[in-house]
Design a protein around this ligand. Structure first.
Ligand code: UDP
Ligand code: MG
Length: 312
């Protein structure tokens, strides 16, 4: 098999048939397979996928998850099933043109020095607020992490088998694919693409979910927050010692100044706040160690359906 298209699907029942059609058109003349992952959809995505398998119009593998495990888990499952020399990650909602995936494969064929192609959005079609938040996040994560993140680069990528194997060797539970792609390295070519409107359905990324994803990414690929916590602790201790000297001096030289209630309250609140923040940061890391150490599988497969294209 030459190309494997990995397509995570969550509530995409109306997009399955249009996607398969778009893939057939875009990949004409190229040997390809599609690996759909039904990520615990609440609608009839699995029904549509099964119909597609029955039709046998393309090489299709459908992995049906036991529940919703998230897009990242879907991408990992797809990688495990992929047999192609090249693997492309494409969304099911037709926001990412399959024709661009083909162009990425052709680019890799012509340029053996590159191992992966990643797309970034030429123009963001999302709201200004969200775009601003995302930019801010990438600026922070850039500063925090030792690995280099390319701003704007999306999950819409095509990788060679070597890169696929490298990613498969990272079976961590909290998966932040942008970090994983950056961590494995390899020569990546970045190319722009024009993101399309969603074909049908709604996005499943709320601002809250994005925020959680951002924190996950930061904690998975950086220990700087812990260092900042240490710095904060040292700084407050230093200030406390300075103030202690002032208080002792006041007591010995001027005698006790009884009114000190506001200072006390402010100090207790400030120190309490700093301690809780630092504890929170440590807690975030500990929570991840906790889930990582349990070594639970990244996803559970309910069933797997497969078909090979019937030559007509
Ligand atoms: N997706 C998934 N599991 C989830 C959420 C999303 O497999 O829990 C899939 C979804 O079906 C789509 C892709 O991930 O194919 C991108 O999701 P979406 O279009 O909602 O995100 P956006 O394009 O708005 O960033
Ligand atoms: Mg989308």
């Amino acid at each position: 098999m030459k190309v494997s298209l990995v397509v995570p699907c969550y509530n995409e029942e109306e997009n399955i048939v249009p996607f398969a059609r778009a893939a057939e058109e875009a990949m004409a003349g190229m040997k390809y397979e599609i690996i759909f992952i039904n990520d615990g959809s609440k609608d009839d995505t699995i029904g549509e996928l099964k119909k597609l398998v029955d039709k046998k119009s393309a090489n299709i593998t459908v992995v049906d998850f036991s529940r919703n495990f998230g897009k990242e888990a879907g991408m990992y499952a797809g990688l495990q099933k992929a047999t192609g020399d090249y693997v492309s990650f494409v969304d099911a909602d037709l926001q990412q043109p399959v024709s661009v995936a083909r162009e990425m494969v052709e680019f890799l064929e012509e340029n053996p020095d590159y191992d992966a192609v990643a797309c970034y959005q030429e123009e963001r079609i999302e709201g200004k607020g969200l775009s601003f938040l995302k930019k801010g996040f990438y600026r922070i994560i850039d500063k925090m992490c030792d690995i280099e993140f390319r701003q704007d680069a999306s999950d819409f990528r095509t990788i060679r088998r070597t890169v696929a194997e490298a990613i498969l060797s990272m079976p961590e539970y909290h998966r932040f694919s942008k970090g994983i792609f950056a961590w494995v390295g390899y020569n990546t070519y970045y190319r722009p693409y024009t993101v399309q409107e969603r074909n049908a359905g709604v996005t499943s990324w709320s601002t809250g979910k994005l925020f959680k994803y951002a924190i996950d990414g930061m904690i998975s690929f950086s220990t700087k927050p812990l260092k900042i916590a240490t710095g904060l602790g040292l700084f407050t201790s230093f200030c406390a010692i300075l103030y202690m000297i002032v208080v002792i001096f006041q007591k010995l030289v001027i005698g006790i100044d009884v009114p000190g209630y506001p200072t006390l309250v402010v100090l207790i609140l400030l120190l309490g706040g700093v301690q809780l923040t630092v504890l929170g940061i440590i807690g975030e890391y500990l929570a991840r160690v906790h889930t990582e150490v349990k070594n639970r599988p990244i996803f559970l497969e309910r069933a797997c359906y497969k078909c090979e294209r019937e030559e007509r």
